[in-house]
Design a protein around this ligand. Sequence first.
Ligand SMILES: C[S@@+](CC[C@H](N)C(=O)[O-])C[C@H]1O[C@@H](n2cnc3c(N)ncnc32)[C@H](O)[C@@H]1O
Length: 253
Amino acid sequence: MITIDGDKVVVSDIDGRREEHHIGTPEAFSILSRLWLRAGWDTKYVYSFTWMGRPIIQLPEDMVRLQEVIHLTKPDVIIETGVAHGGSLIFSASLCKAMDKGRVIGIDIEIRPHNRKAIESHPLFPFITLIEGSSVDLAVVAEVKAQVKNGERVIIFLDSCHSKEHVAAELKAYAPLVSVGSYIVAMDGIMEQVVGASRTQPDWTWNNPKQAALEFVAANKDFIIEEPPFAFNEGSITERVTYWPSAFIKRVR
Ligand SMILES: C[S@@+](CC[C@H](N)C(=O)[O-])C[C@H]1O[C@@H](n2cnc3c(N)ncnc32)[C@H](O)[C@@H]1O
């Protein structure tokens, strides 16, 4: 049980174990953040944002982090699986425009006509290529690879089907494109933490992108899971509030 008693956060369990943390500590922040993430899952908080006019289904904390990583890695090509309403593509494209560098390739198994129309008529569409098809379809993978030139710096965001099997197949297909020092990000490992809530499945304890990422790095020595460093931090929090635990797979050689 978690209780908030004035400026204290108290965690107690049925075995009589008890932790007490002042509200101003990283430990209290971590406990409250976990609760907040769970409340956000149940209330569909991440379904309440847009980026330059298009719905983006992301936690704002994660968007800020992604901006830091894109600015740090300065990719020539950003490959994203999972387009939905296009908000994440527009987000990446807006950073490409601001940095005067990069373009975006978006892949989705189904780009609904109204979403396609809105994306194609967006002022940032010149930075975007849309590919419709399953991200693990061999023809789609070949089409993406054909669009990346030798030596281009590539970063990849996986936000399509979040089953372990699908993410593992995406990692196998796309990781060879990732540049050394850049990342392939297996998004939405939060699934593991919200099992039991509405819109979840019992097998999400293992059937999730985080497990796919962990197994991928265990089998591929060129990659490690490494959270990008904080670009700025004058506070005491050193762990991010995120929907993407163990998501940042960095190519090290
Ligand atoms: C969570 S949404 C993407 C959200 C988007 N990245 C954003 O931030 O707004 C997931 C998308 O993945 C797509 N999808 C599901 N299975 C897929 C597959 N096998 N290949 C490509 N896209 C797939 C769905 O059609 C859906 O649009």
